[in-house]
Every structure is written in structure tokens, then in C-alpha cells.
Design a binder for this molecule. Sequence first.
Ligand SMILES: *Cc1c(COP(=O)(O)O)cnc(C)c1O
Length: 373
Amino acid sequence: MDFIDLKSQYRRIQNSVNTRLQTVLEHGQYILGPEIIELEKQLADYIGSKHCITASSGTDTLLMALMALEIGRDDEVITSPFTFIATGEMIALAGAKAVFVDIDPRTYNIDPALIEAAITPRTKAIMPVSLYGQCADFDAINAIAKKHRLIVIEDGAQSFGAKYKGKRSCALSTIGSTSFFPSKPLGAYGDGGALFTDDDKLAKLMREIRVHGQDRRYHHPRLGINGRLDSMQAAVLLAKMEIFEDEVQARAQLGARYSSLLKDAFAIAPVSTQVVTPFSAEGNTSVYAQYTIEVPDRDQFEVRMKAKGVPTAVHYPVPLHQQPVFAGLGYKTGDFPISEKIASRVISLPMHPYLTEAQQKQVVAAVRESILE
Ligand SMILES: *Cc1c(COP(=O)(O)O)cnc(C)c1O
């Protein structure tokens, strides 16, 4: 069994992928070719955003967004400590200070009720992460941002395709950022990412920053990076977009089935052995970038699952405030108790749109045995 099976998906879209890659090989515009323009239009339409700027990764997009907003030295950006390193890392790389705010124990996303206490005169932006495929509570976050005149940048690297109150992830705030890393809900065959905004000025700036801060050939009014997506990757993503909405539906159904199978499997088990299944906040759909549960004894669970031939992964074992690289921020263990507790309990099960019911039953049987036997 694969944790994420990209081969089944390739077999489904093989003709389209091969044809589109062949087209790139023939026209030879490997950088910012016609596929990029076509993809950006499609993605902007899909998200319901005015502009899409594709980019080299979902890490570079975060940096490009911060650079376009001129967030850097002496500025603070509020984010979640329970995320992939890139979120806090790019705030630091931009020269700003990451200020962490603990998470909601049910959704694992930043807890809006704790944000205001972290705002200082230096706060410039809030960067919520839509973890595991479910959006953070953007109505509450945007209301706080409006009151304090802050920008909101969504790290939607795991939530591309998810909906929050009828709108898509990445169209919920000033800037939305996503990743096309191969294992993400919409994955390329290499690195990639995209930025979304309705703001014309920010869109123009992010486009310039993507190409070394260049506004016309060899004329550079500002600093930028080499942040472009390749035409080859855009060709792959165009093929994947043909089936993406279908896969989003499949992910929702598979997630729901996992939860109901797990509920049945633990129906008569003692309370102390119960697993916690993903919580869907009202108005949210999840794309289950990860299907993540909480288990009582994770170390033992991991070993037992492995012995049964079921791959698992931990996203993420160490919250950012406990990472050595952020020691300089002065946080200590105990500062974000929910993040610390959740980081010690979560584990992700195999999840991709081509998982069969038989495979899910096998995974759930292994979960049950790993905990109860
Ligand atoms: C994957 C991920 C990123 C980084 O994306 P890359 O394309 O791998 O650079 C950033 N933030 C979160 C929450 C992620 O899951």
C-alpha cells in the first residue's frame, strides 16, 4: 500500500500529460510559455480570484507575498506554530518576526480568539495556515485584521480545492498562497506553487518579484527572486486540472468513509483507547491533504502500523516554537500547549483519491489492532 499513490492517477491522465509535455518540447518555450498563461487563467477561474501568479514553490510564494507587501525588518507576522516549517521560515527569511498563536484543538488551525492578544504596534499581517485541507476560520480572522488594519495571507498549501462558506481556499483574504509539491492535493511532477489576489497592484508586484523585481526587460525597480513555474510543470497541472474537481469529490467521500469506518471499529472500545477523527467546522469542506487522527500512544502505534504494512506519517512532530532554528524568538516549551499536545498525538493515514474501500478497511483494521491488541 502507498501512502500517496501517484501512479494510479498518472494512468488515468497519461494521454493528456504526454500530449501536453510533447507540445512543450516542440514549442520550446520552457520558461513562461503559453501553458503558464493558460494555467493561470484556469486556476484564477477555479479559485474565484482575479489574479493567479504561478511560482516555483509554495515556499517561494510565501516569500514573494511578504516581499510584495514590503514586510520585513521591525515587522511582526502572526501565524500558527503547528504547521510545516516554510510558514515561519519565510516570515523570518523576509526579515520579519514570526509571532505564534496557539491553535483550535479541534480544527488544528490558528485560534482566532487568541489572535488579538498577540497584536502589537509592529504587527503587519496574519498568516493563517489551512492545515490538512480545511480552511482556518477566515471570517473571524478577517474581522480582526480589518479592526487592526492588518493584511491576511492564507498559507493554503494543503487546502487547494477546499471551500469555506462557499468560497474556495486562496480566495479568502488579501493574498492566498498554495503549493503544487507532488503530494499536495493538486501536485505537479516537481516543485511549484501559486499566488492569488484580487488586488491589481499586488498582483503586478508579485509578477515582478517572480522575475528578479523586473518591470521591463533588464530594468529592476525592486528586489525579486527567480520564482517562476516551468512550462513543463504547467503542462502537467493543466492535465491534472481536467480531473481535479472529481478528485476533490473523491477525497471528501474517502475522508467521510474513513471516519465512519473508524467510528464503527471503536464503537465498543474503552474511552482511553479512542482515536480522534478529523473535525469539520461548519461551512468547511476538506480536501484531506492529510487524513490525520489522534491516537493514545503514537510511538507504539507507528511501529505496529509499519509491522502491518500500512504506511503512516506524522505532520508535524515538533511545533515551530520548539524548532532549534527559532530558538532566538525566545519561546519555551509550554507556551503553546494545544500545539504541543496535538503534535505529540497526531498521525496521518494513507490518503489519495484512488484509495479503494478494501484498502480503507485494511487500514482501519490495522488501526484497530494497533491500538486494541
Ligand atoms: C507544503 C507546504 C508548504 C511549502 O510548499 P512547497 O511547495 O513544498 O515549497 C508551505 N506551507 C505548508 C503548510 C505546506 O504544507
